[in-house]
Design a protein around this ligand. Structure first.
Ligand SMILES: Nc1ncnc2c1ncn2[C@@H]1O[C@H](COP(=O)(O)OP(=O)(O)OP(=O)(O)O)[C@@H](O)[C@H]1O
Length: 592
């Protein structure tokens, strides 16, 4: 429940006075609706249906007296005009309120989306490493939609309750005894329906789990579609999909069945109550026909409110798991926050490395619990500025982890990372990242044109600079050959390009940023020997102008390195100047 109130409060602080206006409009609409009903009594009286009995009805009686003073031929037209006026005002108010309500709800969804996305963007890299990406997608899409819808439903519930209380007040005024009977019966029914609310919560838990699995599965399968197709795994994935969607269907039907059961129960209870009511009114309390008619009209309008309140409560309760998971994500993002000022991202102070970056007795592990394996253990390395350092080692030795540590993406569990001998704090870590140009193992390109992908890192770069970066990465030829040149769309993550073309474009992008530290994580692994040689020569030309760190699996990549670091199961095995006597050892390490 606290999660629910948390988001209701969030809605209050987002909407401010608009929220109260909205609530007031909802109540006013209800009142107009009620006035329309009260007008019915004198109308029926005028038509001779109530006769004098309507004079006994408190409100209707007054209406009837006032109308009787008018000439007979005017009374009905006046009454009908008032009725049409009241209902017109109600309809216009309803129209305005509906638009405002959608505006408020959509504004609130956007507000929640923005907050969550911003919180994610502020979070550290390790936060993402430890979680499934599809869980974030799930929370940013379906869970968020459920939360905003349920928050709004809660608001409607509050106004429904307020309106119901007003109606009950009127009903009490008309007949306290009969109203008390209906209220006691209503409360009894609501108590009996508590079990349904609990079931709604259980169904809601299932809904969250199922939609999370659905999105996670879809993301995995579409990401790995090439593996699925080449290994003929379609049938087993289809079976998974069939099973999960079957359970989702059953879950949805279970909620619908629960809601339908509640609705029908309320309808049957209403019929029984009205029968009891009429019997008691006539036989026990001897209420007049007009008064009874009005009370029946009021309760027949009031009762659907009870039903709506119960249905709304079930829906809100079924969304509680979504509230919980979203709030928890916000909390976790808060704990993993590395940026305080979002706008400050683009205004990080420049960092100058004059001597080098150093790891001193660095320990790091990905797992959160104490028993998990260290990915880096007592690592001491020095990366001299302006030189080229190669990091080699078997797969899983910790090369990428060490690079992430040196470039400020990761924080050591113990030990320090230093720039020119000074331990790196949070600000310097972020500034360090700003100075890095990174070419990953699995290069990432956005689904946009080549030009947009390049400009993403330096929006002010001119045409000549773009082509210079492309020439550097030996990609100018293939880009020129593309039908739309720089404006060619690269597809999702760059699927429309070959692995080698992607690598070369990402290298061009990294260079365009004019970084002071260039990191190449097996950046030439997908290239043929001709292109690799071209890039190798270009990198050699860069030596002395920037600090270069390369993760290598090929001996050719480390040939020009000033220093080679060999990692083995998270530990530095050798760290020496790159000498001829050392070559054989590297060769062995690379072959493994
Ligand atoms: N996101 C992660 N979560 C948990 N463990 C991880 C994660 N990333 C890496 N590891 C573990 O940390 C260790 C070092 O991984 P790392 O990626 O740094 O190795 P690597 O030398 O770069 O390997 P490769 O050459 O295959 O890319 C490995 O044991 C790996 O299983």
């Amino acid at each position: 429940m606290t999660d629910l109130w948390f988001y209701l409060n969030r809605l209050r602080s987002f909407a401010g006075n608009r929220l109260y206006t909205q609530l007031a409009a909802m109540i006013a609409l209800g009142l107009f609706d009620g006035v329309g009903v009260y007008l019915l009594a004198p109308m029926l009286g005028l038509l001779g249906l109530f006769g004098d009995a309507s004079a006994n009805v408190p409100l209707a009686g007054d209406w009837f007296e006032a109308l009787r003073e008018l000439p007979a031929s005017y009374a009905l037209p006046v009454l009908l005009t008032v009725y049409v006026l009241v209902m017109t005002i109600q309809a216009l108010l309803q129209r305005e309120q509906s638009v405002r309500s959608v505006r408020l709800q959509q504004g609130f969804i956007r507000h929640l989306r923005l907050r969550l996305y911003e919180a994610l963007m502020r979070s550290s890299w390790i936060f993402f490493v430890r979680r499934r990406k599809s869980d974030f997608q799930h929370q940013l899409t379906s869970e968020l939609a459920r939360v905003s819808q349920a928050t709004y439903l809660l608001l409607q519930l509050v106004s429904s309750l307020a309106f119901t209380v007003i109606q009950i007040g009127f009903a009490f005024w008309l007949s306290a005894k009969l109203t008390a009977i209906v209220l006691i019966s209503g409360t009894g029914i609501a108590l009996a329906m508590r079990r349904k609310i609990r079931s709604a919560k259980e169904i809601g838990n299932q809904t969250s789990e199922l939609s999370q699995s659905y999105l996670a599965g879809l993301t995995d399968h579409l990401g790995g579609i090439k593996d699925i197709k080449s290994n003929r795994l379609e049938a087993s994935y289809l079976a998974w999909f069939r099973d999960l969607t079957g359970r989702m269907e059953a879950n949805f039907i279970a909620l619908a069945r629960l809601q339908a059961a509640t609705q029908s129960f309320y309808k049957i209870a209403a019929a029984a109550l009205i029968a009891l009511f009429v019997y008691l009114a006539f036989e026990v309390f001897h209420v007049g026909a007009g008064q009874l008619m009005l009370i029946v009209i009021i309760f027949s309008r009031l009762w659907p409110r009870f039903t709506a309140i119960q249905a709304g409560a079930e829906q809100i309760v079924s969304a509680i798991p979504a509230f919980r998971s979203l709030r928890q994500l916000e909390r976790e993002c808060g704990e993993a926050r590395e940026w305080t000022d979002m706008d400050g991202i683009g205004q990080v102070r420049d960092i100058r490395v004059t001597q080098g970056i150093e790891c001193r007795n660095v320990y790091f592990r990905y797992g959160e619990d104490r028993t998990s394996e260290y990915a880096l253990r007592d690592v001491c390395v020095h990366i001299p500025s302006g030189k080229m350092t190669a990091i080699i080692g078997k797969s899983g030795a910790g090369k990428s982890t060490l690079v992430d540590m040196l470039t400020g993406l990761l924080e050591p569990e113990s030990g320090t990372v230093r720039i020119d001998g000074v331990p790196v704090g949070q600000d310097a870590r972020i500034a360090l990242r700003h100075a890095v140009g990174y070419v990953a193992q699995d290069p990432f390109l956005f689904h946009a044109s080549i030009r947009d992908n390049l400009l993403a890192v330096r929006p002010d770069a001119g045409e000549e600079e773009l082509w210079k970066a492309l020439r550097f990465s030996a990609s100018d030829d293939f880009v020129k050959r593309l039908p739309e040149g720089l404006d060619t769309l690269v597809g999702d993550r760059g699927v429309r390009l070959s692995g080698g073309e992607r690598q070369r474009l990402v290298l061009a992008r990294a260079i365009l940023r004019r970084p002071s530290i260039l990191v190449l994580d097996e950046a030439t692994s997908a290239l043929d020997s001709e292109n690799e040689t071209l890039i190798q020569e270009a990198i050699d030309r860069l030596k002395g102008t920037m600090t270069i760190i390369v993760i290598a699996h090929r001996l050719s990549t480390i040939r020009g390195a000033d220093q080679v670091i060999v990692l083995e199961r998270g530990e530095v095995r050798v760290r020496e100047e790159h000498r001829n006597s050392f070559k054989e050892e590297c060769r062995q390490s690379l072959r493994l």
